[in-house]
Design a protein around this ligand. Structure first.
Ligand SMILES: Cc1cc2nc3c(=O)[nH]c(=O)nc-3n(C[C@H](O)[C@H](O)[C@H](O)COP(=O)(O)O)c2cc1C
Length: 200
């Protein structure tokens, strides 16, 4: 059997030691991320996922927004110093993808298809997972590392203000990416017998 996709999927890991040594330019990376997101499926082909791809000063701004939001909630100075050092590990990356769900699309579908109404938000989250995985794997295929962060909803208002984000876009994840400065560790897996059943 062909295992190209499987090998790429295994290549995708959470990389926490990221850097700025990236040979691709902004346009190439933007095109890759766009295509990966467009190839990812969504319920009813509703295409609920949105993204802002932040490079340069905009990337820095994302992580300064995170730092400021956390300064407001982490009162202890020592704890904040640790938090701030962690934020630096994201800021030293090359760029960040901010992922959003367009809630207008979700609410319109809820109205249009009342019998499925309860499903549309869940489906938008599943579409988000598909989009995250597609972009993360496409970056990995090109030798770039990424990880997935969730400082939303703490940073939502500041992100909306800073990047003129449409009101209906709900922030769901932040993905810093860049060069791989250190590989991921071993990944542990639960027992297949507890996870899979084969029915004949
Ligand atoms: C939906 C989802 C949410 C995640 N949230 C975070 C997060 O907030 N912070 C983080 O460091 N990693 C986060 N991760 C990364 C997981 O911890 C990681 O994917 C998992 O431990 C498996 O490791 P791997 O990515 O190297 O395969 C998230 C992953 C997924 C799929």
């Amino acid at each position: 059997m062909k295992e190209e996709l499987l090998n790429l999927a295994k290549q995708r890991r959470s990389i926490y030691a990221l850097g700025k040594t990236v040979d691709f330019d902004k346009n190439e990376l933007t095109a890759l991320i766009k295509e990966a997101m467009k190839a990812a499926p969504s319920a009813f082909n509703s295409q609920t996922t949105r993204a802002i791809i932040a490079f340069g000063d905009s990337h820095d701004q994302v992580w300064e927004i995170v730092r400021k939001a956390l300064r407001d909630v982490v009162k202890d100075d020592n704890a904040f110093a640790q938090t701030s050092a962690k934020i630096d590990t994201f800021k030293v990356a090359f760029a960040t993808v901010l992922y959003f769900t367009d809630m207008d699309v979700v609410h319109n579908l809820e109205k249009q298809f009342p019998s499925y109404a309860d499903n549309f938000y869940d489906w938008s989250e599943q579409a988000m997972g598909n989009a995250n995985f597609a972009v993360w794997t496409a970056l990995a295929e090109n030798g770039l590392g990424a990880n997935l962060q969730h400082y939303n909803p703490l940073i939502d208002d500041a992100i909306h203000l800073a990047f003129d984000v449409p009101a209906s876009w709900r922030l769901r994840a932040e993905m810093p990416f860049g060069s791989v400065e250190a590989p991921a560790g071993e990944k542990e897996f639960m027992d297949d017998a507890d996870r899979f059943k084969v029915a004949d």
